[in-house]
Design a protein around this ligand. Structure first.
Ligand code: CA
Length: 234
């Protein structure tokens, strides 16, 4: 038996916190719960959990602010909970670096499935070689250092933006559908919700500007062209 992983649940609604705890405990996890953002930051400072389930609407700090603060010091996986569908764009569009989200009300089994796949995914990431590096034109991305360079300039990507870019570069010349990208980067498919992929691609393009190698294949998905001709600037 491996040591059970600890999950920190940050949720002020006691009923939700307790059923989430129940299902995660049944799923084999050790669960700690806190009801405020301040308590969450203190708990994380004392001990970084394997994963954080973070409610967007908390009585003190808002979930996005907490996420941002956690990301300054840690890549710990974060699953956000939101009460409204409109918040989703806020979560995935604001570079807060959450790994996934669920809209309330949600099925607790779905939550446990998401937690499992995020944890599986993040342990796979860690196994990647320090030296794994892909170059494409001016762009170089290094998996071990999780570093993206355009020439001499380092570009900061959120964890999922990095993974998405890596996946596309690693399959140069092939078109990956949005569903394939969801499965490879997020570790599951959630039927029909391809907005996540599109929002992340938009962020990558905005940050990399001219150096973005991602091509939209209308009606299908995205790809990176086999060879970016390092043609002299016209
Ligand atoms: Ca709440």
């Amino acid at each position: 038996m491996t040591t059970p992983k600890t999950i920190l649940v940050v949720e002020d609604e006691a009923a939700i916190a307790s059923f989430v705890t129940l299902y995660l405990t049944k799923g084999g996890y050790v669960v700690k719960t806190v009801a405020t953002g301040t308590a969450a930051l203190n708990a994380i400072a004392a001990e970084v959990p394997a994963l954080i389930i973070l409610d967007l609407n908390l009585p003190d700090l808002d979930g996005i602010e907490i996420c941002r603060r956690i990301r300054k010091g840690s890549d710990v996986p974060i699953l956000m909970l939101t009460a409204r569908d409109e918040d989703v764009d806020k979560i995935i569009g604001l570079e807060v670096g959450a790994d996934d989200y669920l809209t309330k009300p949600f099925n607790p089994r779905e939550l446990v499935a998401r937690v499992k796949s995020i944890l599986r995914r993040s342990s796979m990431d860690r196994r990647r070689d320090e030296g794994d590096e892909i170059s494409h034109g001016d762009l170089t991305i290094n998996a071990g250092r999780r570093e993206v360079m355009v020439g001499d300039r380092e570009i900061q990507l959120a964890p999922k933006e990095f993974e998405l870019l890596w996946e596309l570069l690693d399959h140069r010349g092939l078109v990956l559908t949005r569903d394939q990208l969801l499965e490879r980067v997020w570790g599951y498919t959630f039927a029909g919700d391809t907005r996540t992929v599109d929002v992340h691609v938009r962020q990558i393009r905005r940050k990399l500007e001219e150096a973005s190698p991602i091509v939209t294949v209308w009606g299908v998905g995205y790809k990176v062209a086999q060879d970016r001709t390092s043609a002299p600037a016209a």
